[in-house]
Write a protein that binds this ligand. Structure first.
Ligand SMILES: [Zn+2]
Ligand SMILES: [Zn+2]
Length: 359
């Protein structure tokens, strides 16, 4: 066992505070990682505040809870049968730390869709002990090597690679599944942590990219991130001009909203993919919009390990990283408050060297 220091929530309405705990002794195929950076995802805040009880988490948040599933660190020890990494390697851990390994999705490298549920990096029962998993707002983690990813970006880009592990793969998986690339027109709805990665990745894949936003103030930023065109979604004329134009639209907005205006922009057989998880359902879309164009309405949940590594390698080759603001661990509550107001361009990353250790 190894002593770890982290920041934990102890209830839904108290701030995260320093917390000392133990990581498991290395199993045969485990990798021990000194965490250097941890991205701050909306899921982290929803979990700390127990806002997904009864939906994403049927039993709610288990306390103490340590969020964090955009983890980058350095390998410090290996189990006796772990062969994929060596001590000193820079590696990543995303939303999952295990899965059943036997169901069809697992066998097809689609572990996020494990029929027996993936073991999530936090707030999930360990498959061996049943203990609640604790995430990346900590200085140390132990993970099966199959769920550890290789990070090969230039060293100066290492801090910014953290959000690729959730935000990056959440966009990459539907973009590549639905074949975004040259000759394809792709829309990205919402320019936040997910959306800004969608713009960068879709652009790098060679698609024609259109950003949809409610805020005219984001037009120039969206173009700088990779949008060929920006549409103000509240402007009916601008929306109408895009009718029947898109092969794929990825909607990152988690707040409940009308999906029909976007379905109407799809070409015949085009696809609208939802990646946000609204606390309340979206209003039901019109069936006519689907039937009349043989259009698809779909969803997507992060991505499997194989495609996550493909995304990381693609991003390393093209020097693609999210735009980040680095924070100290003690400033996490301020970061949560700002994230809730979308006051960040576009992802906070915690520098774990700033960890305050509980006595
Ligand atoms: Zn996330
Ligand atoms: Zn499985």
């Amino acid at each position: 066992m190894a002593i770890a220091h982290g920041y934990a929530a102890h209830s839904h309405d108290t701030p995260l505070v320093p917390y000392t705990f133990q990581r498991r002794a290395l199993r045969d195929d485990d990798v021990q990682i000194e965490i250097l950076y941890s991205g701050v995802c909306h899921s982290d805040m929803h979990t700390a505040r127990n806002e997904w009880a009864g939906s994403v988490y049927p039993d709610g948040t288990v306390y103490p809870s340590i969020p964090g599933h955009e983890i980058v660190g350095r390998v410090t020890a290996l189990g006796p049968a772990a062969t994929r990494f060596k001590v000193g390697d820079i590696v990543g851990v995303g939303c999952m730390v295990d899965s059943c390994g036997e169901c069809e999705p697992c066998k097809e490298d689609m572990e996020s869709y494990c029929e027996k549920y993936a073991t999530w990096t936090y707030n999930s029962p360990d498959r061996v002990t049943g203990e609640n998993t604790l995430g990346g707002y900590s200085d140390l983690i132990v993970v099966r090597e199959a769920f550890v990813l290789s990070i090969t970006h230039k060293p100066e880009l290492t801090p910014a690679t953290a959000p690729l592990l959730c935000a990056g793969i959440t966009m990459w998986s539907p973009l590549t599944h639905w074949q975004a690339g040259p000759g394809k027109k792709v829309g990205i709805v919402g320019i936040g942590g997910l959306g800004h990665m969608g713009l960068k990745l879709a652009h790098a894949l060679g698609a024609k990219v259109v950003a949809f936003t409610t805020s005219p103030s984001k037009v120039e930023d969206a173009k700088a991130l990779g949008a060929d065109e920006v549409v103000i979604s509240r402007n009916a004329e601008e929306m109408a001009a895009q009718a029947n134009g898109f092969d794929l639209i990825i909607d990152t907005v988690a707040a409940p909203h009308d999906l029909d205006p976007y379905l109407a922009l799809l070409k015949r057989q085009g696809t609208l993919t939802l990646v946000g998880l609204p606390a309340e359902p979206h209003p039901s879309p019109s069936v006519v919009n689907l039937v009349a164009g043989r259009r698809n309405l779909s969803g997507s949940l992060v991505g499997g390990l194989r495609e996550t590594q493909e995304m990381l390698d693609f991003c390393a080759k093209h020097d693609i990283v999210p735009d980040i603001e680095t924070i100290a661990m003690r400033d996490i509550e301020t970061a949560f408050a700002r994230m809730a107001k979308n006051d960040v361009k576009y992802r906070f990353v915690i520098d774990m060297a700033t960890m305050d250790k509980a006595a």
